[in-house]
Design a protein around this ligand. Structure first.
Ligand code: NCD
Length: 306
């Protein structure tokens, strides 16, 4: 399906060839970092929830292609505070910009925004639901650091219930051949049924365990996540699970020599900084890959590349 004017809302909307196409365009963007592809275009960044990497990398990507950016980084300064609905905000903002990137605490908000807007909308995270652009940069990182997207044993660790990045990534990887997942989480934070069912339907195998060391020797990629404090309805529940996993040098004797450790960041205490300088840690490089991948998405959706 062509990308021009398409909304990027859910990873379910991507076929395997769509995913591979974005990665191919991203690789081309990485080779020619600066150009005037998006000159005259304006991106609106609507961040109703905190963000560092996602907002800044979208901004940098747009500016490196000579486009412009306007927006907000907190809902505190918007008319949402005065009671304006998201629908009305979008109807108005779409008259100022050519494309919208939205992050919002509510699941389904990006879909709603895309229904309100005639211009394209990109989901930069809707509650605990999905984060499709993070997934594309995660795939790009796996392809670059492992040299393949097939034949992989992928561990996902931490808050698999509320972590939107692992939801989107599991579905995206299910398109590839000979993938096996290891979902490492306490029972209360396990991968939701919706995603387990989607994998089962596609015949993608997964194991669930609480104990990382039971499975760590099998893994090609270990994708760690933060316990999503802001999503817990009960703060006491969060207290039970915070700090439950902490990767440190003791991991190194229990892994394959070419394991790659990923994390969407920000980390709290899931990965000790003592791992940062090891060849396994690719999380900062992963964050950097947000630039070529988000350039590719902006240029594709705005019709500047095919
Ligand atoms: C993630 C997110 O917002 O879901 N961060 C990001 O975009 N890189 C992960 C997180 O907040 O834990």
């Amino acid at each position: 399906m062509p990308f021009k004017n398409r909304d990027i809302i859910s990873i379910y909307d991507f076929s395997k060839s769509d995913l591979l196409h974005v990665l191919k365009v991203a690789a081309a963007m990485e080779k020619t970092p600066r150009s005037s592809l998006l000159k005259g275009k304006i991106l609106g960044t609507l961040f109703f929830e905190p963000s560092t990497r996602t907002r800044l990398s979208f901004t940098s990507a747009m500016e490196q292609l000579d486009g412009q950016v306007m927006g907000f980084a907190t809902s505190a300064v918007t008319s949402a505070r005065k009671g304006e609905t998201l629908w009305d905000s979008i109807k108005m903002i779409e008259q100022y910009v050519d494309i919208i990137v939205i992050r919002h605490p509510q699941e389904g908000s990006a879909r709603l925004a895309s229904e309100a807007a005639k211009i394209p909308v990109i989901n930069a995270g809707d509650g605990s639901n999905q984060h499709p652009t993070q997934t594309l940069l995660d795939l790009y990182t796996i392809q670059k650091t492992k040299g393949r997207l097939d034949n992989l044993k992928i561990g996902m660790l931490g808050d698999l219930k509320y972590g939107r990045t692992v939801h989107s990534l599991a579905i995206a990887l299910s398109h590839f051949t000979n993938i096996k997942f290891y979902f490492i989480a306490p029972d209360a934070l396990r991968m939701p049924k919706e995603y387990r069912d989607a994998l089962s339907e596609k015949g993608v195998p997964f194991e669930e365990t609480e104990n990382l060391f039971e499975v760590s020797k099998d893994l090609d990629v270990l994708y760690a996540t933060r316990i999503q404090k802001e999503r817990f309805p009960d703060p006491l529940e969060y207290e039970k699970y915070k700090g439950i996993y902490r990767l440190d040098k003791t991991l190194l004797t229990h892994i394959k020599p070419d394991l790659r450790i990923m994390h969407p960041l920000p980390r709290v205490d899931e990965i000790s900084p003592e791992l940062d300088d090891t060849k396994h840690a690719v999380y900062f490089e992963q964050a950097g890959n947000g630039i070529p991948v988000r350039k590719a998405l902006l240029a594709l959706v705005l019709g500047a590349v095919k």
